[in-house]
Design a protein around this ligand. Structure first.
Ligand code: FCB
Length: 445
């Protein structure tokens, strides 16, 4: 329960890893008894996902996990963060379990351990079982209990071999875009339902922490939050207010109640109708670390057409950007690490940071990706300087091992250290793969 060292920790105690998620890489969407998730449904709705892409095949990791673990071994990472597809192990979200699905994660975990790579298991990376969504999904309070029952199944099955558990990945992203702003499954844009979903996810987090503690006593538990500085797109009062409100939802609507037992003051009254006595104590359960995802600062603007009154704005034209247009600003990462450290006082694991581009295989069959290397070098340097300034950062995971299904952007955006040639499923390590291997084989100072 306390933060002691584990197999993925190097001699110097720092964990280097890579991250993925179930729907983005597994494929095998209709195999071995897997039930449907809200992303299977969403991908089939016209106009939702670029090119009509789906996760049906993705990186075919369900069949190629051995090859992918061999790549990780070559890379030299000490840890691999993945997520379980809830509908693969509970096809209807609750009730009957699916042995074939459970056995897949047995094989995955065992193969990782045999390769000397520590599994970091995330319970929820956005693929809610469709049957639960049909009952209201996160907009109903019962969903927190369904999630806790699923957590119990996972803890009982894997708790003997897995020590690191995360409850949710980026709850602010999947609720804001799934229930408020649009752009993610299940595709609802209703501020009233958003608030309910946020509260029920928070309850699900607290309930799952309790279940994991009870059933996997050696577990080291956290949740994975994104935290970004928000900047007004234009120098107007409207955009400044929009940036502030967006930031409060994004950075604090989950981390504050989970760690500080309160909703941010600016949002608190919205949650009141859905709270029952004792809820904040149910949500704020002791965890062992803070999982942080960070890519860039966010430029926000007032948007009267959005259900929430705010949305994404343009960054100034002279801002340096990644291949897919995200602002590059390592100092914002440095400041975020210190801000999170001071606010929550937990060991931090950076569980996602990475660079998106639209790369193609080079003529020689290689994938030169110097801009990704430059980005990762600048961001890991910013992390080191935050550590030197006192931030308690214990690990860093690149998003992602493989190019994969990038949600509503489909397969066009590539974040992998390994290129995936989707028609053949051939994996081609990019130049950044060798660069990261060199970085992590050197002791962290
Ligand atoms: C994060 C998600 C992850 C991936 C990266 C690029 O918001 O957690 O699944 O899509 O962004």
């Amino acid at each position: 329960m306390s933060e002691t060292s584990s197999p993925s920790d190097r001699r110097d105690g720092f964990v280097w890893g890579v991250s993925t998620s179930s729907y983005q890489i597994e494929g095998a969407a209709h195999e071995d008894g897997r039930g449907a998730s809200i992303w299977d449904t969403y991908c089939r709705q016209a106009g939702r996902v670029a090119n009509g892409d789906t996760g049906d095949v993705a990186c075919d990791h369900y069949h190629r996990y051995r090859e992918d673990i061999a790549l990780m071994r070559d890379l030299g990472v000490g840890a691999y963060r993945f997520s379980i597809a809830w509908p693969r192990v509970l096809p209807h979200g609750r009730g009957r379990t699916n042995e074939a699905g459970l056995a897949f994660y047995d094989r995955l975990v065992d193969e990782l351990l045999a390769a000397g790579i520590e599994p970091w298991l995330c319970l929820y990376h956005w693929d809610l079982p469709q049957d639960l969504d049909d009952l209201g999904g996160w907009t109903v309070r019962d969903c927190a209990g369904w999630f806790a029952d699923y957590a119990a199944l996972v803890a009982r099955r894997y708790g003997d071999r897995v020590r690191r558990f995360a409850t949710f990945n980026e709850p602010s992203v999947f609720t804001l875009f799934g229930y408020g702003l649009g752009g993610n499954a299940p595709g609802i844009t209703d501020p009233g339902l958003l608030v309910r979903a946020v509260h029920h996810v928070n309850l699900g987090h607290g309930a799952a922490v309790d279940v994991l503690r009870a059933l996997a006593p050696a577990a080291s538990i956290g949740a994975i939050h994104n935290w970004q500085p928000f900047l007004p797109s234009r120098d107007t009062e409207d955009d400044k207010a929009a940036a502030e409100r967006f930031a409060t939802y994004w950075n604090q609507a989950f981390a504050d109640p989970q760690q500080l037992a309160c909703y941010p003051a600016a949002l608190a009254s919205a949650f009141e109708p859905w709270q029952q006595p004792g809820d904040l104590a149910r949500i704020c359960r002791p965890v062992d670390w803070f999982g942080l995802n960070h890519y860039s600062p966010i430029y926000a603007r007032a948007d009267p057409k959005s259900a929430l009154g705010f949305g994404f704005g343009e960054a100034p034209a002279d801002v340096e950007r990644t291949g897919i247009g995200w602002p590059i600003h390592p100092e914002a990462f440095h400041d975020t690490l210190l801000a999170v450290h001071r606010r929550y006082r937990l060991p931090i694991y950076v569980l996602e940071n990475g660079f998106g581009a639209n790369e193609e295989l080079g003529p020689g069959g290689d994938v030169p990706d110097q801009p990704r290397i430059d980005y990762l070098a600048a961001y890991t340097a910013a992390m080191r300087s935050a550590i030197a300034a006192g931030a308690d950062v214990r690990g860093y995971f690149v998003w992602s091992l493989l190019d994969n299904f990038e949600w509503s952007s489909g397969y066009g955006l590539r974040f992998g250290l390994v290129y995936v040639d989707y028609p053949t499923q051939r994996r081609v390590p990019k130049a950044s793969f060798a660069w990261y291997a060199r970085l992590i084989s050197a002791p962290t100072s």
